[in-house]
Design a binder for this molecule. Sequence first.
Ligand SMILES: [Ca+2]
Ligand SMILES: [Ca+2]
Ligand SMILES: [Ca+2]
Length: 282
Amino acid sequence: MISTSRISSSAVARVLFCSFVLAAFSAATAQQSVAALFTLTDDNSVAQFDTATQSNNFNWFVDGNDILAQQAFWYRTGSAGPEFSLNTLPIAVQGTTDANFDGNPDTLFVRYNGAGFRAETRYTLDGGAPGSGTSDMGEQIAITNLLDSPLDFHFFQYADFDLSAADSAFFTNANAVDQIGSGLRLSETVVTPVPSHREIAFFPVTLNKLNDGVPTTLSDTTAAGAGDVTWAYQWDVLIPPSSSFLLSKDKSIRLVPEPAAGALLSFAGGVLLARYRKRRSA
Ligand SMILES: [Ca+2]
Ligand SMILES: [Ca+2]
Ligand SMILES: [Ca+2]
């Protein structure tokens, strides 16, 4: 046994230094866990995040209109058990940067430490010109398997946009969605790779599935409305050891006036007339 008197001054210095490092690390960790609210600003757009709750991306203003209630991610490992919101994982590092050097933070990076994996999300807001009604959010997600065996991973994106109290939404193909309400049309294109499953539903059907404690497979329902519609995507992947599953999404918002019924009818009439003339001239 080593007596106190035999501890050298260099050992004391080492202990003091380690204590200092630990204290500094604790302070930094505390600061990071407190700073859960982040705002990205670019041209006509402002996006707000709360990484401490499953709200995650809870506001997205385009030309002053807040069109987003919630955009967040859930995961499940293996075929059994519940899904968890990413915010339930410890956050290793998070913060914003000003990637286009215009003085406003436009990029949010968050790294989560899971059991046997690491998840990283990066959001980059690219606003349109004032009054254009356009906005863009680039999203890069990387799930890295830290195990020596393949990781059975299930990843979910959930989005609840609100243009009005009675929106309609439908998938226009495997990875794009249109939502209509308040005389506006929002088009969102997402995703490589194409998701394994998807779902459009009325709030809070999908959110309840993600939080219900049992494994979920999305329903592949492709349309819903009118009401408080939401949509979600699901990726089922087997990630090899020491490899990453990379997800690249681009949410391109175009808030454009929905074509009026009269305009649609006159367009349809024009198409019929053109076909009739074509047949007659053939
Ligand atoms: Ca910027
Ligand atoms: Ca579930
Ligand atoms: Ca909604």
